[in-house]
Design a protein around this ligand. Structure first.
Ligand SMILES: Cc1ncc(COP(=O)(O)O)c(C=O)c1O
Length: 451
């Protein structure tokens, strides 16, 4: 590169309002968005401020991640301070104290012996790390034939190659179908409107759907299956709450056949269901647990996998010396993320936000179920600080009604999330009863006005 070329690479004048063209936005209709953008410029506690100055009540904790509310001073101060002390430290063959401290704190919050923590930077990385750890574990244990994974229809496990393969969303696979993981099966999803519509909390019917795992065992042989991965509550595909007894049954089948059970708690972790983790709330112990989002209150990207001590020990003992797991990221346990994580966990604790989430559950339950009977509404679901409304799909345009509802709510100053024909609500855990009422009032009005 000549000097002139290098100089010109930096000479683009800063624009007062930037061009929207160059940023290829993720999971977004880029062309439509860029014609009519929705830009957020700042946030505090329960509200965003849009570029046009409007206050938007955050009914979704960003993307299920800002559990303590926005721009909380104890967290932002910890990040600012850490940036001036130790901006970065390589995590390969070196370390820094905060990553160890955070791992210890997270392990202490987790149920059972999920006591070793591997850090990445996102939910997707956490999931792919968990799948790789499962394979490494079975190799170290002398059972390398255990290499199949089992996911679930309508599961979302991020966008890595492992995550989309075990995930159960056709749209996320279609463009990449020529190269997915080869040995993956899917359990049926648990969403059953015919039997469970308008259930409060966990639906009564569907525990037997876990038995599909027995059929996969019969088909492939248990000694070929490495792990089953499920979201204890599927979030991204529309809030699918586990039927009573379902997770327990899945755990029992995994135990019977020595299969690892991975809970993907990227959404359900850190208080969303009124407990530290869904595993805690449902009293079902996974062998590995993936997390991200709420671990830093979404201020600095971070993801993690927790594994049971026995899994860690087996991988450690799998080699005589040297590196035990050939896997990791430049930013595993990044100092800013670790500082943010520690401050976030302290804030959850000092403000009792997980307890608050549980205490607010009945109010959110009453509020969302008041939408039963509203136009287009064919189901309402709730658990913890999560609510969902399912709309009857418009003929020939699945998902359109929910997306238009999201747009109308945004115009009215409330952020909800659309997914297929579902609208999900998952406010920060600091939400007040009046704010829940406002979210639901605006949502009701939007649903009534959508064609
Ligand atoms: C259950 C689950 N797993 C994984 C992911 C992926 O996380 P990320 O977008 O941070 O990669 C998500 C994101 O919503 C998720 O809900």
């Amino acid at each position: 590169m000549s000097h002139t070329a290098i100089d010109s690479a930096f000479t683009t004048p800063p624009a007062a309002s930037p061009s929207l063209e160059e940023f290829w936005m993720p999971f977004t209709g880029n062309r439509a968005f860029k014609r009519a953008p929705r830009l957020l410029v700042s946030a505090k506690d329960m509200h965003y401020t849009a570029a046009d100055g409007r206050q938007i009540l955050d009914g979704t904790a960003g993307l299920w991640c800002v559990n303590a509310g926005h721009c909380r001073e104890p967290i932002t101060a910890a990040i600012r301070e850490q940036a001036g002390v130790l901006d970065y430290a390589p995590p390969f063959q070196l370390g820094h104290p905060l990553a160890f401290e955070l791992a210890q704190r997270v392990a202490a919050m987790l149920p059972g012996d999920l006591d070793h923590i591997f850090f990445g930077n996102s939910g997707s990385e956490a999931v792919d790390s968990a799948l790789k750890i499962a394979l490494a574990y079975w190799q170290a244990k002398g059972e390398p034939r255990r290499a199949r994974f089992v996911g679930r229809a309508r599961g979302y496990h991020g966008v890595g190659f492992g995550g989309i393969a075990v995930g159960g969303i056709a749209a996320n696979q279609r463009q990449f179908a020529s190269q997915l993981l080869p040995a993956v099966d899917h359990l049926p999803h648990t969403h059953d409107l015919a039997r469970n519509a308008f259930a409060h909390g966990q639906p009564a019917h569907g525990a037997e759907l876990a038995d599909a795992l027995e059929q996969l065992v019969a088909k492939h042989g248990a000694d070929t299956i490495a792990a089953v991965i499920v979201e204890p509550m599927a979030g991204s595909t529309g809030v699918l709450i586990p039927p009573v007894g379902y997770l327990e049954r899945l755990r029992a089948i995994c135990d019977r056949h020595g299969i690892l059970l991975i809970f993907d708690e990227v959404i359900t972790g850190f208080g969303r269901l009124g407990a530290p983790f869904a595993a805690t709330r449902f009293g079902v112990q996974p062998d590995m647990l993936t997390m991200a989002k709420g671990i830093t209150n979404a201020t600095v990207p971070m993801g993690a996998v927790a594994v049971r001590g026995g899994i860690y020990d087996t991988v450690m003992n799998g080699v005589a010396s040297g590196i035990e797991l050939f896997h990791g990221y430049t930013y595993s346990g990044h100092p800013l993320a670790a500082a943010a994580g520690l401050a976030t966990l302290s804030l959850y604790e000092t403000e009792g936000l997980f307890e608050r989430s549980r205490a607010m559950e009945p109010h959110l339950e009453r509020a969302v179920h008041s939408l039963r009977g509203a136009r287009h509404v064919i189901d309402v679901r709730n658990i913890g600080l999560v609510g969902a409304v399912e709309l009857e799909p418009r003929d020939g345009a699945p998902g359109a009604r929910a997306f238009e509802t999201f747009l109308k709510c945004f115009e009215a100053g409330v952020l909800v999330r659309s997914s297929g024909d579902n609208i999900a609500i998952s406010p920060p855990l600091i939400v007040s009863e009046a704010e829940i009422d406002r979210i639901v009032t605006v949502l009701r009005d939007a649903i009534q006005r959508v064609e």
